[in-house]
Write a protein that binds this ligand. Sequence first.
Ligand SMILES: [Zn+2]
Length: 349
Amino acid sequence: MKAITVEPKKPGTARYEDIPEPDKQDGSVLVEAVAVGVCGTDVEIVEGKYGWAPPGKTRLVLGHESLGRVIDPGPAAGLKKGDLVVGIVRRPDPVPCPNCAVGEWDMCRNGQYTERGIKQIDGYMSERWRIEPEYAMKVDPTLGMLGVLLEPTTVVVKAWEMVLAVGQRSFWEPKNVLVTGAGPIGLLAAGIGVQRGMEVHVLDRVTSGPKVDLVKMVGATYHSTNVANLDFEPDIIIECTGVGQVIAESIQKVGSGGIVCLTGVGKGGAAVGAAIADVAASAVLRNNVIVGSVNANKRHWYKATEALARANRSVLERMITRCEKPENFKHALERQPDDIKVVIQFSKV
Ligand SMILES: [Zn+2]
């Protein structure tokens, strides 16, 4: 069968090639790939900056935002031929650490977790893949291709859970939320904010195009200014850009008793003149919390299937801005100005 593979940490090694059929040891459920979303992590792996091949191998099958159709459910109860499923990405570490031991692999303490398509387990960019039944999430069949948005939704569901968990420390009636970045994560975070009945604001750099339209369709207010220039203090900020200046301004802008949830992974960036003790003093004097959030465990995956099924379908449809064939994967990984979510389509839904 065909697959998109890469030799991790070696740029220029990605190719669409023949590999053996999936090993039965990978799981009792056999799935035909429908589509796989691409994100910044895939770009980093192909550029040789990230990623680990499975033990004893040199190449890794790419892809972690999956959608597939069950060909053979094996002995798994609850799955049948034709079901649309998405594969959970992370697996607990083998030690395991206390968090992995209780099923919170998203909170892994020792970093020895593995991830399909990223860290030591083959991903989902192959014509067929196998999975353990407990890691296959069934999606609402009426979502069709939109099921490929489940993995990014899990990240957002966890981030919201973190915010609400922190909020329980005191009496708290959050009314408005600012989401920085109108990419897939930002738009999904905004959608969940609207589902929760909040006044949602989304900030990005562009002044026109699909991102602006989608923010309005979600039921949120769009801003193309700096966080510092906003004329209100958000109760919650969900930061989805990873850009240093946006993060620094968010920490200074959030209202008293507010929560800043960081989901973007960036690097470097110019210092913006805010000395760390001044930032800390502002957080102390206003009881603010800055919380980081990554990945998702099975509870978040389950909640995400519900959130995605409830989401505005026309918004989800317009979030998928390009479908590329597997042989054109390099083109899929090249960022274009109006891209929101690009998917590689392996078969018809
Ligand atoms: Zn662990």
